[in-house]
Design a protein around this ligand. Structure first.
Ligand SMILES: Nc1ncnc2c1ncn2[C@@H]1O[C@H](COP(=O)(O)OP(=O)(O)O)[C@@H](O)[C@H]1O
Ligand SMILES: CC(=O)N[C@@H](CCC(=O)OP(=O)(O)O)C(=O)O
Length: 301
């Protein structure tokens, strides 16, 4: 636990701080006891500072009575480890082609490395976080998928969609006051004993829907969705599921699974799904507790 900083504050500074705190009151009321699923991508973990501010945000949510659930990826970290082990990997349509050799590395990095690191960081603020893999206690069930590029179907190897979710293991942890931290690996329902590499955005959306979450927040490495990528003046701050459905076929690879995940979550009953810039320290708190939020917000309609 960090020491409490007792610095002198002028009355003006104190009033400004109170203003910031009171702005969060309606959001504290709205989200108290609600489940918020936060997808933490590998690009938002690239520095100690970002990991630390993320862990603080998640602990903060828990302390103010929100029920945060973290689903994490780790794409860049998986790529680095595959590289070190001289195992080739390429992306097709935003998904990693995952060989039999590669799936073991994907699981090792996600469930064996990133998951416990994240749990440890959050637990520096209180004994709340507990690690789960999508393979634990029937949480996820997966089926292999390919990808269609320019009308041609491509095989992706051990890559799948989450087709079944049993949210009970996560509810059990939430009921015990814990913060579940979930790695995006699923058992292959058609090949018992084998695992599938699932896109972490899609896993987060499936879990948010099954849990009846109020909000899905997806951290990435851009400020949000650009309508006319890469034109930096085209950032979309708010859109409906109907707008998003119309935009999806025109999107480029990295954004496709992400925006599809937002659409699936909102279609599945989650009130809002937001894409935010995980490179900004404390972006989760700003998104949840301020009126404007940041990034791109998708709502039903
Ligand atoms: N319309 C768009 N708006 C924003 N980013 C886009 C868009 N189209 C493609 N991108 C790319 O998608 C990337 C995010 O996807 P990805 O790299 O898979 O993220 P993550 O690793 O966070 O899951 C951005 O860095 C950007 O380069
Ligand atoms: C099938 C597929 O592509 N899986 C991803 C899983 C990790 C992930 O999604 O990580 P980010 O959230 O950091 O992108 C991968 O192997 O990179």
């Amino acid at each position: 636990m960090n020491d409490i900083d007792l610095q002198y504050t002028t009355p003006e500074e104190a009033a400004a701080k109170a203003g910031v705190l009171i702005e969060s009151l309606p959001w504290l009321q709205r989200f108290r006891d609600q489940i918020i699923v936060i997808k933490y991508g590998g690009n938002a973990m690239v520095s100690e500072e970002l990991q630390e501010s993320f862990a603080q945000d998640i602990a903060y949510l828990r302390f103010v009575g929100v029920k945060p659930v973290v689903v994490h990826g780790g794409g860049p970290q998986i790529s680095k480890m595959l590289d070190r082990l001289s195992i080739e990997s390429e992306f097709k349509g935003g998904y990693r082609v995952t060989s039999t050799e590669a799936i073991d590395v994907v699981r090792m990095v996600l469930t064996g490395q990133i998951n416990p690191q994240l749990v440890a960081r959050i637990n520096a603020y209180g004994p709340f976080a507990t690690g789960l893999s999508g393979e634990d206690a029937g949480l996820f069930g997966g089926r292999r998928r390919g990808v269609v590029i320019d009308g041609t179907e491509h095989d992706l190897g051990h890559v799948g969609d989450v087709v079944e979710v049993d949210p009970q293991p996560v509810h059990d942890q939430l009921d015990a006051g814990r913060i579940p931290v979930v790695s995006s690996i699923a058992p292959d329902l058609d090949n018992p004993g084998h695992s599938l590499n699932v896109n972490a955005d899609a896993a987060a959306a499936a879990l948010a829907t099954a849990l009846g979450a109020t909000k899905l927040v997806v951290l990435t490495d851009v400020p949000g969705l650009y309508a006319d990528w890469p034109n930096r003046d085209s950032l979309v701050s708010h859109l409906t599921s109907t707008d998003l459905r119309a935009m999806l076929p025109k999107l480029e690879s990295g954004m496709i699974p992400k925006m599809q995940a937002c659409l699936d979550a909102v279609d599945g009953g989650v009130d809002t799904a937001a894409i935010i810039d995980g490179r900004q320290p404390h972006s989760v708190l700003v998104e949840v507790f301020t009126a404007q939020g940041i990034g791109t917000e998708v709502v039903a309609g």
